[in-house]
Design a protein around this ligand. Structure first.
Ligand SMILES: O=C(O)CCC(=O)C(=O)O
Ligand SMILES: [Fe+2]
Length: 285
């Protein structure tokens, strides 16, 4: 049995007052998470105090999506897409997550690395004002392919769309990242924080990010897995396999990190999906 955090009278009072004064359930859960409650505990407590079934609470947290686009994570054990049979190796519910094996062939992985190599630059993150910035928390080198830029990219994007049930045009261009020993990507969320000043600009085209797919293009000699510290899970980086996780309701549990490579190198390709069709902004990135 999982041990349950007790609901103190003060906490009960605070939840009732905060929701009564017009704050959303998302706000209440965010504040609880900020003061140290796990996502599971805060949802359970809020549902109990407001006398709502968990499923009703989860439904209230899900943003309205007028065009009905949702990522559909497959259950497996196999997903057959054209000539390929992709294996579903692991599933989690919070965050919704799947590990896929055999998503790309060894030849496809090698070809992606070769295409990316001459175009690598120090990877950037999105600053609070929406601008691209160099970030000490992300020490890898990276580059973006344009959507459908080459036949190989087009084929991979079509496979991802079929695997996740999302049209190709909801995807940002595929990003390739290269990590050397010691390089990592510290714990972060891929979705954009709606409270940050640059949010409107970043989401003007395509809206919020709703899911991430990280594909491993090689197998590091040691280290370099993708960790999900909120749920105590580390996905091993293995060539051709991938991890996909969704966060349609701005899920705190989707916190993740690219662990330091301790020996060898690590190559990944990341596909971020948007809630609406996305066209890449023109100009240098
Ligand atoms: O390197 C990894 O395993 C994770 C990469 C990642 O989180 C990202 O590209 O957003
Ligand atoms: Fe990420």
């Amino acid at each position: 049995m999982r041990s349950h955090t007790p609901i103190t009278p003060e906490l009960r009072q605070w939840i009732l007052e905060t929701t009564r004064t017009g704050h959303s359930l998302g706000d209440v859960l965010r504040l609880m998470h900020d003061s140290g409650y796990s996502q599971h505990d805060s949802r359970r407590i809020v549902a109990a105090v407001l006398d709502m079934p968990m499923t009703a609470l989860e439904a209230r947290l899900r943003p309205h999506r007028p065009n009905g686009a949702h990522v559909l994570l497959p259950d497996g054990p196999h997903v057959v897409i054209g000539e390929r049979s992709v294996r579903v190796m692991l599933a989690a519910e919070t965050p919704p997550l799947r590990v896929f094996d055999g998503l790309l062939s060894d030849d496809e992985c090698a070809a992606l690395i070769e295409l990316a190599k001459p175009r690598l630059q120090r990877a950037r993150t999105v600053a609070e004002d929406g601008a691209q910035q160099i970030d000490e928390h992300r020490t890898s080198d990276g580059m973006f392919f344009g959507l459908g830029e080459q036949p190989l990219i087009e084929r991979i994007e079509a496979r991802i769309a079929a695997l996740l049930g999302m049209p190709v045009d909801h995807g940002e261009g595929l990003q390739v990242l290269h990590y050397l020993p010691g390089q990592q990507y510290e714990p972060h969320q891929d979705w954009f924080d709606p409270t940050q000043p640059g949010y409107a600009a970043i989401t003007a085209t395509g809206g919020q990010r709703i899911a991430s797919l990280v594909i491993y293009l090689n197998t590091p000699d040691a280290g370099g897995g993708t960790a999900f510290p909120e749920i105590g899970l580390t996905v091993t980086a293995l060539r051709g396999s991938a991890v996909c996780f969704t966060y349609e309701s701005g899920d705190a549990a989707s916190l993740h990190a690219g662990l330091p490579v301790t020996r060898g190198e690590k190559w990944i390709a990341t596909k971020w999906l948007r809630e609406r069709p996305y066209r890449e902004p023109a100009g240098p990135r």
